[in-house]
Design a protein around this ligand. Structure first.
Ligand code: UDP
Ligand code: MG
Length: 316
């Protein structure tokens, strides 16, 4: 540790990554050794069911620049990440997955841009290895929809892999919402941002923890945290269907009074009832989603509970 060197914190959330942590560490060391920076690594064990925490503690024994945070249970990646950021002391932080899908070799390039004066350096994936085509397609569509609907411009195809200057980090840490969509929050804070491109690799070992349901939930959090467009959509559809219903009613009245046509009935009635019933339920559902989020936010619970923490020597 030297006084005049700047400190770079590397925040790495881990859920069942026991097989990856050692490889991760050596690749981080290898790729950061030529940087003129002190390095601190902050592992967050997100309630892993395997030996992840033991592997982390073992590394920590011989390396005092490691912080090991052991959460009391699985809180999900977005929150695990936040815990890591809370305990980082660096002048800048890099957020990176422990499964080595985000190549540590890119860190020097992130740092280079930071030195050039950028406060947030995002890594944009131009290729994704070892991911199902369903995931690629849904994520392609999702980012484009979100981009259109949200109030801020959330960049497309950017994961969590990025570097943040201390200024941007401090701003980010002021946002304590429970439904955390980090990708959006990173953008929301603003500052001077820059994108660099990389090819996303396949996982080193193990398989993805984010199943379709959790991705769906995350996608929904992204949408509802940064847009009230769905609510507006419900009002618009409601308005349009009311107008249609009115016009349809008027036609029937005119037809019966002036042309004495019998009102053809049952089928169209059933169709209309199910259609509008569906729209009503959908709108209530959308409102419910937002109310549910209000409910969760107002409970004011802490974001996470730390079971045990061993700080790095850089901790202040
Ligand atoms: N992760 C976590 N908590 C979770 C799920 C995942 O901390 O509940 C971590 C995981 O260990 C990995 C990163 O978040 O370092 C990304 O997870 P994963 O590789 O499963 O997602 P993908 O890369 O497939 O989007
Ligand atoms: Mg991964």
């Amino acid at each position: 540790m030297s006084k005049n060197k700047k400190l770079l914190s590397i925040v790495a959330p881990a859920y069942n990554e026991a097989e990856n942590i050692d490889e991760f560490y050596s690749r981080i060391l290898e790729s950061t050794k030529d940087l003129n920076l002190d390095i601190e690594i902050i592992y967050v064990n997100d309630g892993s069911l395997d030996k992840t925490i033991d592997v982390i503690y073992k590394q920590k024994e011989n390396n005092d620049h490691i912080t090991a945070i052991d959460l009391s249970r699985n809180f999900g990646k977005e929150i695990a990440l936040t815990a890591g950021l809370d305990y980082s002391s660096g002048d800048a932080v890099v957020v990176i997955d422990t499964d080595l899908q985000d190549p540590p070799e890119l860190i020097p390039k992130l740092v280079e841009n930071w030195n050039d004066g950028y406060d947030v350096v995002n890594a944009k994936r131009i290729k994704r290895e070892g991911e199902s085509s369903l995931k690629k397609i849904t994520s392609y569509i999702y980012y484009r929809v979100l981009f259109r609907l949200s109030d801020i411009s959330i960049p497309k195809d950017i994961g969590d892999f990025r570097l943040l200057d201390r200024k941007a980090l401090d701003a980010l840490l002021k946002l304590r919402e429970k439904h955390r969509y980090m990708k959006g929050l990173f953008v929301w804070v603003g500052f001077k941002q820059k994108e660099i491109e990389y090819e996303r690799e396949a996982r080193f070992k193990g398989k993805t923890k984010l199943n379709l349901l959790s991705l769906f939930n995350l996608a929904f959090d992204g949408l509802t945290s940064f847009s009230i467009m769905p609510l507006r959509l419900a009002s618009i559809i409601g308005f349009l269907s009311a107008v249609t219903g009115f016009l349809y009613g008027a036609t029937i009245v005119i037809k019966t009074i002036f042309f004495h046509e019998p009102v053809a009935g049952f089928t169209s009635l059933v169709v209309l009832i199910t259609f509008f019933g569906g729209i009503q339920l959908l709108s209530i559902g959308i409102i419910g989603e937002y109310i549910g989020r209000i409910f969760n936010e107002t409970k004011n619970r802490p974001l996470y509970i730390v079971k045990n923490i061993k700080h790095s020597i850089f901790f202040k």
